[in-house]
Design a binder for this molecule. Structure first.
Ligand code: FES
Length: 95
């Protein structure tokens, strides 16, 4: 299974076991922004471009932070999103 970090020049990594998007991003220096790492701050908001079916269900923390429109447009919190198959992800580059 693969994670494609579209915003980081389509960086593509292989993952051997399920992992959170944020953990994979940190390990491979893909650059998804984050602060708390625990579903509180909303900094790690990203868009699952493909492969939402290979992720966990929205967590309670995501339901607290994301509004309906964001949920409809495939937004997730990278620190809360567990990947168990190929996905591609993008995010806003800020600052
Ligand atoms: S890093 Fe704070 S919500 Fe994900």
């Amino acid at each position: 299974m693969q994670i494609i970090f579209k915003t980081n020049n389509d960086q593509s990594i292989e993952i051997g076991e399920e992992t959170s998007l944020l953990r994979a991003s940190i390990r491979h220096k893909a650059g998804i922004p984050f602060k708390c790492g625990g579903g509180m701050c909303g900094t790690c908001i990203c868009t699952i471009n493909e492969g939402m079916e290979h992720t966990n269900k929205l967590t309670k923390k995501e339901l607290n932070i994301l509004n309906e429109e964001q949920i409809k447009s495939s937004k997730r919190l990278a620190c809360q999103t567990i990947v168990n198959g190929t996905v591609s992800v993008s995010w806003d580059k800020k600052k």
